[in-house]
Design a protein around this ligand. Sequence first.
Ligand SMILES: Nc1ncnc2c1ncn2[C@@H]1O[C@H](COP(=O)(O)OP(=O)(O)OP(=O)(O)O)[C@@H](O)[C@H]1O
Ligand SMILES: [Mg+2]
Length: 595
Amino acid sequence: MKELRSLNKFLIRYKWRLLLGVLFIICANWFNLYPAQIFRNAIDIVVETINTYKHMKGSELQSEVYENLGKALLIFAGLLLTVAIIKGIFTFFMRYTIIMVSRFIEFDLKNEIYNHYQKLDTSFYKENKTGDIMNRIGDDVSKVRMYLGPSIMYLINLVVLFALVITTMVNINAELSLYILLPLPVLSVTIYYVSQLINIKSERVQKQLSKLFNISQETFAGIRVIKAYNKSNSTVEKFNQEAKNYRSIAMNLVTTESLFYPVILFLPVLSTLITIYVGGLEVIKGTITFGNIGEFVIYINLLTWPVASLGWVTSLIQRAVASQKRINEFLSIEPKIQNQTNEACQIKGAIEFKNVQFTYPESGVEALKDISFKVQPGQTLAIVGKTGSGKSTIVQLLNRLYDNSSGEILIDNDPIQLINLNDLRNQTGCVPQDVFLFSDTIGNNISFGTFTKDQKSNQKDIEWAARQAVVHETIKQFNKGYETVVGERGVTLSGGQKQRVSIARAILKSPQILIFDDCLSAVDTETEEKILTNLKQIMANKTTIIVSHRISSIKDADHIIMIENGKIIEEGKHDELIQLSGAYKNLYEKQLIED
Ligand SMILES: Nc1ncnc2c1ncn2[C@@H]1O[C@H](COP(=O)(O)OP(=O)(O)OP(=O)(O)O)[C@@H](O)[C@H]1O
Ligand SMILES: [Mg+2]
């Protein structure tokens, strides 16, 4: 239960509403008792009247007695109806207040988890599957809500009802009450064990559901590859296989659950039989009336559902504990990349790597072995190298998506870890290798990095950035221009268009440090040339880092480093590197021939 303690702060936040809910529970249960008493009186009057009626055989008064009974019963019926309505009203408010609190807490909890997700760094997202991350905020929160809503409500209800019903019963006849109540603990314990079983089986169902969710999620994300490789059938088969597994596990659960209800129904019947038998003996003795037997039967029925629900509630709570445990595990993960200062910082753009080494924590791959270089504001640094040589890793370290394992990264001569992370990211414009566009309009995608939410106000700037990225003319050709919605991840744009929209997004930020990670790869050389010329103007006095496979994109850079296996193998200006007649020249000549 200690896992659920973390929810107490929410319960305290809504304590007044909860207290009101408890008050409604007490009122509703108070009115729950009346029908039984009305019923007892009605039976007693009927029995009495029949006796009197028999005695008055032949007398004129007989029909009057008969009429009076009719009137009395009508009054009882009216009373029953009134009590039922009042009870209904209180029950409504009881559910309304308590279930509402659980919805409020669900909302708060979802927000807390979502905000925490935003703080966690990239390695968290690489270690955890999207399906699991989604489950924490969806399914697990729902289970916790079942604890906060129905479980708490039924538990309080049970306590109140028991207190009221049992005192009333014992007051009437203690011995009879004892006999009747005897089967009830058996009911509770049985239901507890059955629900334990149900729990284990539900967990299995849940796990299989997660699996199904992950499969379908991945299928939808990779639908283009699946179609291109004509793998729809095998994907469907794989899904069907898992769905079949799901069905058999779920059917197993259904069977157990079906056993559950006969148990609930059988034991109260036993109590009823005892009431009639033992109660009958008591009536003969004269200690109770016929009406009392009827009253007790109603009490048994009143108690049955709450007692049965005790087992059910226990299982709900157990599930909530398991879910909250998973939620707590996620919430307790501290982001590895911490912002160590809130001091505002104006970045000038000098960058220095000193013997930087980096190993990916998830895979243990040593991506950078010993990297040292220096860039001054206003300069352009180019990084070339074979695929997998570590270029994107350098970019990620510069954005502090990871922290370097050893060595030092200095920004304006300060260690990167000591610079305000928000300022670092705000003043750096990065065009990542795997372009990502949101399913929004092109305009909003370009203005994503700037702070004005209202796109209209900076339409001019957006167009300016698009012109610099040589994509303005293309966007103009679309029917809706900048208002064109690009589809999920930008599926409606070509690779080169996506790259240029992404470049415009970074340019619009007018960052102090601009990083292009191989983002001109899908752009033809002529357009590339134009973009680079534009950049020179925009980035005067600022720092530009260009990662590329193509020497044509970088030959004008102030400094070029060529890396292989996480190490710099050659560096210098284009002409110097050509004169070296090494790997760089080799690559250059190959590309010239290709052109
Ligand atoms: N998230 C990651 N987790 C573990 N290893 C990674 C991760 N990203 C990259 N690597 C590994 O680090 C090495 C360097 O990768 P990096 O992405 O920096 O190469 P790159 O030079 O950018 O290549 P490309 O030109 O293909 O983009 C590779 O061996 C790669 O397998
Ligand atoms: Mg890369």
